[in-house]
Design a protein around this ligand. Structure first.
Ligand SMILES: Nc1ncnc2c1ncn2[C@@H]1O[C@H](COP(=O)(O)OP(=O)(O)OP(=O)(O)O)[C@@H](O)[C@H]1O
Ligand SMILES: [Mg+2]
Length: 237
C-alpha cells in the first residue's frame, strides 16, 4: 500500500511522517514564535516550559535538542560538555507532564546548581497542557518561580491560511513541489483536523491513498471526505 503510494506519486520518502528534518519544517506563525522564544531562552540560559495539545508540534519544534533521562550524573555530564567543548547545553525533557514529583524536584536541583555556578545550561520542560497545572500546585512553587519562559503552542497550531503551505512543505520534503491537494481538499482536511499537525498528516496520507486508489493525480474534496470517513470508522472500531 505504502510502496504503491510512493510509486504512484514519485515520492522519495513518505511525506507526512515525523522524520522531517528541522530545516524542512513548515514555518507557521506559531512555529516561528516558539522558535524565537526558545532562542531567547537559550541565550538567557534559563528554565522554560513549552506546552501544547497532543500532536501540536512540540517535539517537532525541538528536534535538535537532546532528550535525557533524569539521572543524577546528568548535571556533571552537562557541565563538562559546556566547559570542555564550549557548547551551549540544553536539557530538553519531553513528555514532562509524566514526571513524578521526585523527578521534578531533581529538575529544580539542576536549575539551582545552574544559578549558583553560572554554568551555561538551558532546561526545557516540554509537555501537554497538564504540565502547566502541575507546576502551579503548591509544592512545585520553588520550581515554578524559576520558570523564565512559558511558551504555549496555540490550537490550531496551523491556521486555515497556512494549511496549504504546511501540506506543501511536507510534499516538498518527499520530492514533489507541485500541487497534490485541491483547495477544497486542503480546507476539508484542515477543518476536520482542527489545525493540528499530526491529525492533518494522518488525513493527508489517507486522502492521497484514496486518490491513488481512484486513479486520480491529485487528492480532491472527495478523496479528503473518504479519508475523514475512514478515520471516523477507525475511531469507532
Ligand atoms: N512546523 C511543522 N512543520 C512540519 N510538520 C510539523 C510541524 N509541527 C508538527 N509537524 C508534524 O506533526 C507531527 C506531530 O508533531 P509532534 O510529534 O511534535 O507533536 P507533539 O506536540 O510533540 O505531540 P505529543 O504531545 O503527542 O508528543 C510531527 O510528526 C510532524 O510531522
Ligand atoms: Mg511529542
Amino acid at each position: 500500500m505504502i510502496a504503491n503510494l510512493q510509486a504512484h506519486y514519485g515520492f522519495t520518502c513518505m511525506p507526512f511522517t515525523a522524520s522531517v528534518p528541522a530545516s524542512s519544517l513548515f514555518a507557521s506563525a506559531a512555529h516561528k514564535e516558539a522558535v524565537a522564544r526558545l532562542r531567547w531562552l537559550i541565550s538567557a540560559r534559563g528554565l522554560g516550559v513549552l506546552t501544547g495539545e497532543v500532536g501540536a508540534g512540540k517535539t517537532g519544534k525541538a528536534p535538535c535538542f537532546y532528550t535525557a533521562d533524569l539521572i543524577p550524573q546528568v548535571e556533571a555530564a552537562l557541565a563538562a560538555e559546556a566547559d570542555e567543548r564550549n557548547r551551549n547545553v540544553i536539557l530538553a525533557i519531553d513528555e514532562s507532564h509524566m514526571l513524578t514529583g521526585d523527578q521534578l524536584e531533581a529538575v529544580r536541583m539542576i536549575t539551582n546548581h545552574n544559578l549558583d555556578s553560572g554554568s551555561p545550561l538551558t532546561v526545557l520542560l516540554i509537555g501537554q497542557p497538564t504540565l502547566r497545572r502541575r507546576l502551579r500546585v503548591g509544592d512545585m512553587a520553588a520550581l515554578d518561580q524559576r520558570v523564565q519562559l512559558r511558551c504555549v503552542i496555540p490550537s490550531p497550531a496551523v491556521t486555515a491560511a497556512e494549511a496549504d503551505g504546511y501540506l506543501r512543505a511536507h510534499l516538498a520534503h518527499a520530492g514533489r513541489s507541485d500541487t497534490l491537494f485541491s483547495d477544497d481538499a486542503v480546507r476539508v482536511i484542515h477543518s476536520c483536523a482542527r489545525g493540528m499537525p499530526r491529525a492533518i498528516n494522518r488525513l493527508a496520507t489517507t486522502a492521497l491513498l484514496a486518490a491513488c486508489t481512484a486513479g486520480k493525480t491529485i487528492a480532491d474534496e472527495s478523496s479528503a471526505r473518504t479519508a475523514i470517513a475512514e478515520d471516523a470508522a477507525a475511531a469507532t472500531d
